[in-house]
Ligand binder design. Structure first.
Ligand code: SF4
Ligand code: SF4
Length: 371
């Protein structure tokens, strides 16, 4: 017996699959499964987070419904994965509410912070909110730089602490002691696998949709989203260095590095999330965890809104729309930060930790075979 019903079901399926082994070439889940004869809760959460939900093992399976074995690995691991996000979340109390109402909570948080900044500025000096401001320091007319840095620094720090606590619990549960020596080769292999989204290819043909025709679009949109996010993060880091090291205040010119990185990242974050939502919409319902739709899409929607408001701000920063747009953009970014540890963002972190563990297991096995 496991801690939850979905882990009982995952155990049943992994036992069937371990006898069959037909899918062992499709992804990392099946080779990792074959290294085990029995499955602890941590093992099953590890396997669930190794799965990229491509759907290939459902389409290929001779035991999928209506067969009496009722084997549906993608959906079972998707539910187990989502429950693992809640199980490892810190503090745990926040995860349940977010799993049920993720999108609503994110939007309410974004609008509340935007309304607060908007209202504060409007009451203080309407001209600051609705006037035209240009040149270095224009953004800080609405909110002083130190106040902005303190508010967003605190939100970011909170997100980092919550994420570290979550991944620490996950790493410990899948059987690795916290603080163990890093296996550099395994780490590099995991970075390569994550960077290429190696296991999001359905064994080479792409992800499966409702019409059973595999395509590689889901991987493409994942790449655009991930690298778009990374470029926007790099843009923020460069702007921070500009501010503190070079005493150069935003907004910057079109050709300046923070704007170039932010624009490229912003384009990725407009196309990638829309593509992911469209692919999510088209997926065969039998493959996905419909009960957590809100949590699933909340992070993608917030990424899209962050980019949309950021790009609108870039276009209209020299007009009277700058103040309201900046308030809206700051509200969305604040909400993105504080909801990150309870939404789909964590799947990237846990999946990466699972890939590190998998690379370590593979290396240990190869060394054992060689000896
Ligand atoms: S998913 Fe089906 S075909 Fe694939 S290993 Fe499991 S039982 Fe075999
Ligand atoms: S859905 Fe794809 S990634 Fe997940 S177990 Fe099946 S083949 Fe592997």
């Amino acid at each position: 017996m496991h801690g939850t019903r979905i882990l009982d079901e995952a155990d049943r399926l992994m036992t069937v699959c371990n006898s069959c082994r037909y899918c062992e070439g499709l992804c990392a889940v099946f080779p990792a499964m074959e290294m085990r004869r029995a499955f602890s809760d941590g093992d099953l959460n590890y396997l669930a987070n190794l799965c990229h939900s491509c759907g290939a093992c459902y389409t290929d399976c001779q035991f999928s419904p209506p067969h009496e074995f009722n084997v549906n690995v993608p959906r079972t691991l998707a539910v187990a994965r989502a429950e693992s996000y809640a199980a490892y979340a810190w503090p745990r109390a926040f995860s349940g509410a977010f799993a049920r109402n993720g999108l609503v909570i994110s939007l309410v948080a974004a609008l509340s912070v935007a309304a607060f900044i908007f209202g504060f500025a409007a009451l203080h000096d309407r001209q600051v909110l609705l006037g035209v401001h240009t040149g270095p320091g224009a953004f800080y007319k609405l909110m002083p730089h130190n106040a902005m840095a303190a508010l967003f620094g605190a939100a970011f720090l909170y997100a980092i602490v919550a994420l570290v606590m979550g991944v620490r619990a996950f790493w410990r549960d899948i059987g690795e002691p916290v603080g163990m020596r890093t296996d550099m080769a395994a780490l590099l292999q995991a970075i390569r696998d994550a960077g290429e989204l190696r296991y999001l290819d359905g064994g080479g043909v792409g992800c499966f949709n409702e019409d059973d025709r595999p395509t590689d679009r889901r991987r493409l949109y994942h790449h655009l989203t991930f690298y778009g996010f990374a470029l926007c993060f790099a843009s923020t880091c460069v702007a921070t260095l500009y501010h503190y090291l070079l005493a150069r205040e935003a907004p910057y010119a079109w050709w300046d590095l923070p704007v170039v990185l932010g624009t490229l990242g912003g384009i990725g974050l407009l196309i990638g999330p829309i593509g992911l939502l469209a692919e999510r919409w088209k997926r065969d319902p039998v493959l996905v965890d419909e009960a957590r739709y809100g949590m699933d899409v909340a992070f993608i929607v917030m990424l899209f809104l962050t980019s949309l408001t950021g790009m609108a701000l870039l276009m209209l920063r020299e007009t009277a729309a700058m103040g309201p747009l900046l308030a809206l953009h700051l509200g969305v970014v604040f909400s993105l930060f504080v909801t990150m540890p309870y939404g789909k963002f964590v799947h990237g972190i846990y999946r990466f930790a699972a890939l590190v563990r998998y690379a370590m297991e593979r290396r240990a096995m190869a060394q054992g075979t060689a000896e």
